[in-house]
Design a protein around this ligand. Structure first.
Ligand code: SF4
Length: 763
């Protein structure tokens, strides 16, 4: 019965998306494809020859973590479906989620712990037992800490199980040098700007109140290419009922093709566009006057600041016609407060990103969107206690806001006692915190103090951190590198010890607890036993911790004991959670009326700060100013990058089913420029950046859908490791072409769109 319901739900999803525009989604029969890929030696009806068992978890193919129900037959996963009880998946999955089974059964997976036998980078290893791997790793890490202190060990983590290493192990061990790329090369500007402007971070689920939204504006957000399941559902439904859509983007993206207005803004000039919109709202009195009077501070300073920033002024800078700027501002204003700009996710672009994000939030405030139905609701975290462990000496989580302003300022967090994590919470200008890419420097120079050991969990290090050559230099320099991963990603060849992790279908993870309109808690339980010699991340972190003197933090014997201890705080248990379809939904406080007389804005003034005294006191602009960015030199294009809907970061390119759907990326090049250069659609070219780094070959897509001053490729391709049999050598790597970045002095994020490339026809 459950199976039939799930199939109907999926069909409804396909109908809904068809109504709103056809994004790339897995087609019918995906379950059968998964079964074939998962069990190529079994007959076509193998999954009917046993009892179907169901388990509850969250999809780990991207950080969105949609709730899933995994079906297994005779200890083999037969398919995954969206969990209808889960607020994110609502019974549906995106194409990447449908590839989860294929990811788990990828024959290229790491299968046993290994110790390095060749040079770093050669990828020569010998298998060892888990006892040997754990004992040797603990011994090496402890020796480094004895000589240089606990902070000399850095921990990088990403994806579903990173909590056990970056959040739990690192903070128990006492190193502040723990970081996630999701902060420093992705969301840190939007989180810092949100905290400065309205007193809280955006959170993992962007709080657009889709049900009533009447006008959505996107600046560099690519719904449909960035295939987050719930957002695609919400967008499709809202568009189908007539929501207006405005897209500002140098590229006519998939979502721009479904918009009412496309503004082909010149890269790097978005803040000028935003300031001109603000100018129109104010000069034409088209903002929410009552809301601004009651809930904001600094309006007069903002008004004076934008007085001359007319659409005509912005048109010169942005290449967007003044009339189009004026018209789109009016469309937004005509729909207030049910109009808003979506915060976006990867927003580390040019190094002045916190101020651009502040300008976005100021637009939303003038539209009266925060806390209003159809605008932007207030996220609320679900209530549940942490596992009762002794206090950590390091605090803060990436994107969180736990540190107090006014703490010390240093190039790096200084040491273990009472310090805040490198990429945690309030950032650089508040206390000199350090982003992930900056932790590379002390690995090379030893300044201001040495980092000599590195634990890398699930971060595709050479395909994410800017300046790959510098990262390799750091890896050469370290005393010990431990890589924990599912696949032999490129950086794994540089590790001294490799520990193979079980996939999310084979392991428990900590509960998924998400700030949301309806805050909720989801179970992440295994569907099958770990394959090969792999182990779950929680087990690896605990075993390492026990060997490194951290017994007091790892007092649970089993993961069930850990989870039940947490669930007990809300009167639940794993068993009860299973009975509730794997999800507990709590009540949110999404709108103003839920706050009574108190303010929902946790800023010093208790209001939305259009002018930031905090920034002004620290020597920055109190209201966002437009700053020109460097232009591409003659013969070069600005390198833009983004997503393909069936791939996540540099994680899924090797997954057999997803690789089949999209094996390599292509290079969007303006058709006029292509003609001028004698390059035809379908030609293969090499791409060379300003520092002489070359990547490719890559197929050219000559199109009118991109401005002449930029090229675009999807991220995650051009990987180089023969053990990745599907991904090796396919396409070009944007990550390797990003050899420089612009540091945002406010949030510490690394702006990545400051690289320029020229094209060289393949011989
Ligand atoms: S958006 Fe897609 S890949 Fe991401 S968690 Fe949801 S189903 Fe999985």
């Amino acid at each position: 019965m459950a199976k039939v319901e799930l199939q109907i739900t999926r069909r409804k999803f396909l109908q809904a998306t068809a109504a709103g525009g056809a994004f790339a989604l897995a087609g019918p029969g995906v379950g059968a494809l998964q079964a074939a890929a998962a069990a190529p030696t079994l007959g076509p009806t193998w999954f009917r020859e046993g009892e179907i068992k169901k388990s509850y978890s969250c999809c780990s193919m991207c950080p969105w973590s949609c709730g899933i129900i995994a079906s297994t037959v005779n200890g083999r996963v037969y398919k995954v479906d969206g969990n209808p009880a889960d607020p994110k998946s609502r019974g549906m999955l995106c194409g990447r989620g449908q590839g989860l089974v294929s990811f788990a059964y990828d024959p290229d997976r790491l299968q046993a712990p290994m110790v390095r036998t060749g040079e770093r980078g050669e990828g020569k290893f010998q298998e060892v037992t888990w006892e040997e791997a754990l004992d040797q790793s603990a011994e090496k890490l402890m020796a480094i800490a004895d000589q240089y202190g606990p902070e000399s060990i850095a921990v990088f983590g990403h994806t579903a199980g990173d909590f056990w290493f970056v959040d739990y192990f690192a903070q128990a061990w006492g190193t502040p040098n723990a970081a996630k790329p999701s902060a420093s090369i992705c969301t840190s500007p939007r989180e810092e700007a949100a905290t400065l402007t309205y007193g809280s971070g955006v959170g993992g689920h962007e709080p657009m109140d889709w049900e009533g939204l009447q006008c959505l504006t996107l600046i560099g957000s690519h719904i449909g290419e960035d295939a987050r399941n719930t957002v695609m559902q919400d967008f499709a439904n809202a568009r189908a009922r007539g929501m207006k859509v405005i897209v500002a983007d140098p590229r006519f993206s998939q979502v721009a093709a479904k918009a009412d207005y496309w503004l082909p803004v010149k890269p790097g000039t978005d803040t000028a566009l935003l300031l001109a919109w603000i100018n129109v709202f104010i000069t034409e009195q088209r903002y929410d006057v009552e809301y601004v009077a009651e809930w904001t501070t600094g309006f007069d300073k903002l008004k004076a600041h934008v007085a001359d920033m007319t659409p005509e002024w912005a048109a010169e800078i942005t290449d967007v016609p003044a009339e189009l700027i004026r018209e789109t501002a009016r469309v937004m204003a005509d729909n207030l407060p049910r109009a808003a700009i979506m915060p976006g996710r990867h927003v580390t672009w040019y190094g002045n990103d916190t101020q651009r994000m502040r300008a976005i939030y100021i637009v939303n405030a003038l539209l009266g969107a925060y806390g209003r139905e159809g605008g932007i609701y207030f996220n609320k975290s679900p209530y549940i206690e942490s596992y009762p462990h002794p206090p950590f000496t390091i605090t803060g989580t990436s994107g969180g806001c736990s540190a107090e302003p006014g703490a010390e300022s240093a190039t790096l967090p200084e040491g273990p006692t009472g310090k805040v994590r490198a990429d945690g919470g309030r950032t650089r200008f508040m206390r000199g915190a350090t982003a992930m890419q900056e932790l590379i420097e002390p690995m090379i120079s030893g300044e201001p103090y040495p980092i000599k050991g590195l634990i890398v969990y699930g971060v595709n290090l050479l395909n994410s951190v800017p300046d790959t050559e510098r990262t390799k230099e750091a890896l050469r320099n370290l005393d010990f590198v431990l890589a924990i991963d599912v696949l032999p990603q490129e950086h794994v060849a540089w590790a001294d010890m490799v520990m193979p992790e079980a996939t999310s279908l084979e392991r428990y993870d900590d509960l998924w607890t998400l700030p949301h309109k309806t805050p909720y808690i989801a179970l992440r339980e295994p569907a099958i036993e770990p394959m090969y010699e792999t182990k779950p991340g929680w087990w690896i972190a605990r075993e390492l911790g026990l060997r490194m003197g951290l017994e007091k933090y790892f007092q649970w014997e089993t993961i069930e004991e850990y989870l039940d201890a947490r669930l007990m705080s809300i009167g639940s248990s794993i068993e009860k959670l299973r009975e509730e379809d794997g999800v507990i939904v709590q009540k949110g406080k999404p709108y103003f009326e839920d706050y009574g007389d108190s303010s929902p804005f946790a800023t010093p003034s208790g209001k939305i700060e259009l002018y930031s005294e905090e920034l002004a006191l620290a020597g920055f602009d109190g209201v966002p100013a437009y700053e020109a960015v460097e232009e591409p030199p003659d013969g070069y294009f600005r390198l833009l990058y983004g997503r393909h809907p069936v791939h996540t970061f540099a994680k899924t390119q090797n997954t057999p089913l997803l690789n089949e759907l999209n094996p390599e990326n292509d290079l969007w090049l303006n058709a006029g420029m292509a003609e001028e250069m004698g390059i035809k659609n379908g030609d293969r070219v090499m791409v060379e950046n300003q520092d002489g780094i070359v990547s490719g070959p890559i197929v050219v897509k000559a199109t009118q859908r991109i401005r002449p001053d930029a090229v675009f490729m999807s991220h995650g391709f051009g990987q180089a490791d023969a053990r990745l049999t599907n991904a090796d050598g396919k396409g070009a790597s944007d990550a390797k072409l990003i050899s420089r970045y612009a540091m945002d002095p406010i949030c510490g994020g690394a702006g990545l769109r400051v690289n320029f490339v020229k094209l060289v026809k393949e011989a």
